[in-house]
Ligand binder design. Structure first.
Ligand SMILES: [Zn+2]
Length: 172
């Protein structure tokens, strides 16, 4: 029987149990799923099913358990049809190699519906994610910075307007 080095389970190029902070699940959107060779810690390449995300997050190696969960959740065994779907990723204690380890698991339920859109206080359009911030983060940031929830375009205008009034004050 061949043995598995524990380091093989914690490939830093891919999502791992270590990616889950404080037990908080990740909600990620599938960009594409491919089969590609993955270099193990032993230097040997092995074909794995790898899921890439829309979000800036490391790709995740999908084992059979997680693939089966996705098939059940999305109702399709075709990896092309998984793209665009959001998954909730967490950890679960599993017995492996006579030990209990944290393993990455696709949760057996789909993530809750996305947050309702947040309208921009200036133009009224839904705030879209920008500057590496989610819509909610951008809304919170602009509210702190400008006193109202703004989209990226209006935040830029508000920033320029703020600069002008600051210049005007220095001139006065
Ligand atoms: Zn706006």
């Amino acid at each position: 029987m061949s043995k598995t080095h524990w380091k093989k389970l914690t490939n830093p190029d891919y999502l791992g149990a270590y990616s889950i902070e404080d037990g908080r699940d990740l909600i990620l959107t599938v960009r594409r799923v491919v089969q590609e060779p993955v270099m193990g810690a032993d230097g040997k390449k092995e074909d794995c099913i790898v899921c890439y995300w829309v979000e800036p997050q490391k790709p995740m190696i999908l084992n059979a358990t997680n693939c089966k969960t996705i098939v059940k959740l999305l109702g399709t065994p075709f990896i092309e049809d998984w793209a665009g779907h959001r998954l909730q990723i967490g950890t679960e204690k599993v017995k492996a190699f006579g030990d209990v380890v944290d393993a990455l698991r696709v949760r057996k339920k789909l993530p809750a519906a996305q947050e309702p859109p947040i309208p921009c206080a200036d133009c009224g359009q839904a705030i879209a994610p920008a500057y590496n911030m989610s819509a909610a983060q951008l809304a919170a940031y602009t509210e702190k910075q400008y006193g109202r929830k703004l989209c990226a375009a209006c935040a830029k205008k508000a920033k320029e307007a703020g600069k002008e009034s600051a210049d005007a004050q220095t001139d006065a």
